[in-house]
Design a protein around this ligand. Structure first.
Ligand SMILES: Cc1cc2nc3c(=O)[nH]c(=O)nc-3n(C[C@H](O)[C@H](O)[C@H](O)COP(=O)(O)O)c2cc1C
Length: 347
């Protein structure tokens, strides 16, 4: 197993990042990647939206945009997997190359621009899968759409019956203007329309925001979310900022930055979000998680669940088990019997 991963790792790290990602997804789909069936430590169990998850570590959106392998991904040991972002119509996204590794910084820059097979393809796959595990569905808008909110409504209404939670991604930096949907009036309108469209389906509705949100932005986003009784916020997406400490050759590529250089910023924005939410609904922490300590920091800052993507690029599937083992050890070190006792403990 270790040899297989070492070989795969060597091969994948020498390929263009997007080609490597495509191969990894193919391997998962074809069952070439062995899962991790070992049970999780009981302290990692979490209850959210009335559902019990074996652990709080999730795969963030963007890895499996078209719902090609959610079950194989769950089999790697994630407590939850989020597919998408799904847009109503298929679209090619931005020209390649559009995904870059920043190896010296353990970071990634992407300007994918929502390439995807569209709603029908994702819907068909989700309809065919057994309803096991916890799979979130993340929806977005087509680049050339004239009514962006309508795209969220279309995807949300169609996919909600097959989702364990539904995410409105209003924070991708790679679709021009999309982030404007985080503004108070636009966000309220969008979320209200999606809520109305899925009213018959009891699925938690979550909004995913940018780690570049200012305090004023957070005031608005949280006020709207509390007002509409949204079920959660994911903090957050990739950042447009470029920390001065970046060293890798590709650091000035256009797009959203993720991975280690995003960890601190996203945890701080999560903390500031949690202060405003006051426990009214759960938060999901995402950005730069590559260790149990990173996950623990987000939980202590107020996250009920944690997600990751970029560090999987560097570490491969064994990362999931490492993070879980380290998180369980940190809880035990601090005398905490469960993840729930650690949520917001730093406040
Ligand atoms: C290549 C790539 C594609 C992504 N695509 C999406 C997407 O389609 N929808 C979305 O909400 N987030 C997307 N993201 C953002 C991730 O879900 C996550 O929020 C961000 O990368 C921060 O987490 P990380 O540092 O663990 O990668 C993407 C990230 C990467 C690196």
């Amino acid at each position: 197993m270790a040899v297989w991963y070492a070989l795969a790792d060597l091969l994948l790290s020498r390929l263009d990042a997007e080609t490597a990602h495509g191969l990894a997804l193919k391997a998962l789909k074809s069952g070439l990647t062995r899962g991790d069936r070992r049970p999780d430590p009981p302290s990692l169990g979490v209850t959210i939206w009335g559902r019990q998850l074996p652990n709080p570590i999730g795969l963030a959106a963007g890895f499996d945009k078209n719902a090609e392998a959610p079950d194989a991904l769950l089999g790697l040991g994630f407590g939850l997997v989020e597919i998408g972002s799904v847009t109503p119509r298929p679209q090619p996204g931005n020209p390649r190359p559009r995904l870059f590794r920043l190896p010296e910084d353990r970071g990634v820059i992407n300007r994918m621009g929502f390439p995807g097979q569209g709603l029908d393809a994702a819907l068909t796959r989700l309809q065919r899968r057994p309803r096991n595990g916890f799979v979130g569905v993340n929806v977005g808008a087509n680049k050339d759409s004239t009514d962006r909110a309508a795209d969220y409504v279309t995807c949300g209404a169609a996919l909600a019956p097959y989702a364990d939670y539904l995410v409105c991604n209003v924070s991708s930096p790679n679709t021009p203007g999309l982030r404007n949907l985080q503004g108070c009036a636009q966000l309220a309108d969008l979320l209200k329309r999606v809520q109305d469209a899925i009213a018959a389906t009891p699925v938690p509705l979550v909004v995913k925001i940018a780690p570049d949100a200012t305090d004023d932005d957070l005031d608005d986003i949280v006020a709207v979310s509390r007002d509409l009784r949204i079920d959660g916020i994911i903090v957050g997406n990739t950042t447009l900022s470029r920390p001065a400490s970046l060293r890798s050759a590709r650091r000035q590529e256009a797009g959203g930055l993720s991975g280690t250089p995003l960890a601190e910023l996203s945890t701080e924005v999560l903390r500031r979000t949690a202060r405003r939410v006051e426990g009214q609904f759960p938060l999901i922490g995402c950005g730069g998680v590559g260790s149990g300590a990173d996950a623990y920091a987000k939980i202590r800052a107020g996250a009920s669940l944690v997600q990751l993507y970029s560090m999987l690029v560097y570490e491969g599937p064994p990362l999931v088990r490492h993070i879980k083992d380290e998180l369980a050890a940190l809880l035990a070190r601090d005398g905490l019997a469960s993840v729930s006792q650690a949520i917001g403990a730093d406040e």
